[in-house]
Design a protein around this ligand. Structure first.
Ligand code: SF4
Length: 116
């Protein structure tokens, strides 16, 4: 497996706010966008307060998301991960970013403008 051994024996789950399978507004090209649910940073003028509650949203496994990405038939040019604050689900973020990069994604964009 591509990511750390301690994650390999059980499905990695992510609390998700929303998913958009095709977006031209969240990075270069057609992006598959995953918004993580949950953020405690309380930035002034937050643009997405609906993503703050860690008890809201829905739970999906990394594998379920990867299966959905594979169903897009190469119509996407990259994966964008947003939130919420994905860094507050660090193991899930690492697993999704690593698996996405390993399988099919040419570029990843994560919040705060950091590009992997
Ligand atoms: S969702 Fe983003 S903008 Fe809003 S408080 Fe969290 S980090 Fe700040």
């Amino acid at each position: 497996m591509f990511f750390a051994d301690e994650f390999a024996d059980e499905p990695m789950e992510i609390r998700i706010h929303d998913i958009l399978t095709k977006s031209a507004a969240n990075g270069p090209g057609n992006r598959y966008v995953v918004w993580f649910q949950g953020c405690s940073l309380a930035c002034r003028d937050c643009f997405n307060p609906a993503t703050h509650d860690f008890n809201d949203g829905r739970i999906l496994s990394v594998e379920e998301i990867m299966e959905d990405i594979r169903r897009q038939d190469n119509h996407i040019s990259g994966l964008t991960i947003s939130g919420g604050e994905p860094l507050q689900q660090p193991a899930a973020l690492l697993a999704l970013a690593a698996q996405g990069a390993f399988e099919l994604v040419e570029r990843l964009i994560v919040p705060k403008g950091l590009r992997l």
